[in-house]
Design a protein around this ligand. Structure first.
Ligand code: MG
Length: 171
């Protein structure tokens, strides 16, 4: 599995990322070029991995769940949604090469009492996998989900982690 730490700098489907450095402060500005609509593709962008009907990006920058979600959407994708045992198997295989890292996926809840929801608003089914709880007395509300090796855990949303973006290919 290839990791490209410079991936965030690439021009990507209508976005141009410009870097300015003034007085020691680096600012990243994302400019959306008008008139470049996102066209569903039948192939994956460079650095994305194709599997079945989706492209996957294993992002190796450390960010909160929400920031990771925004980064995926800026790449015209969403945080990973695991739909099938086959997809789960693929993802586990990929992340197993990164035993020291966890990856945010597109599963979250607003409060511990509320249901787990995927980014498309669909509810999570525990038939596919279990979410292992990391809740403690000090940290009772872990409302975001990451995968580490073959295990999927809830976690505090503001913890910094790698993440997985998914975009569907043209059917
Ligand atoms: Mg999926």
């Amino acid at each position: 599995m290839a990791y490209h730490s410079d991936l965030e700098n690439l021009d990507e489907d209508g976005y141009t990322q410009l870097y300015f450095n003034s007085q020691g402060i680096t600012r990243k500005t994302v400019v959306l070029e008008k008139g470049v609509p996102e066209v569903p593709s039948s192939s994956c962008p460079p650095n994305w991995i194709i599997h079945e009907k989706s492209c996957y990006l294993f992002r190796t920058s450390l960010e909160s769940w929400k920031s990771s979600k925004i980064q995926c959407s800026q790449l015209n994708s969403n945080l990973l949604k695991i739909d099938s045992p086959k997809e789960l198997e693929f993802i586990i295989k990929q992340v197993s090469s990164q035993p020291n890292n966890s990856f945010w996926i597109g599963l979250s809840r607003t409060q511990p009492e509320r249901p787990w929801l995927w980014e498309d608003g669909s509810t999570f089914s525990s038939n596919l996998f279990q979410i292992r709880s990391t809740a403690t007395q000090e940290n009772p509300s872990s409302n975001c989900v990451w995968i580490h090796l073959s295990i999927i855990y809830d976690q505090l949303c503001n913890v910094s982690s790698y993440s997985i973006c998914e975009k569907q290919l043209l059917k």
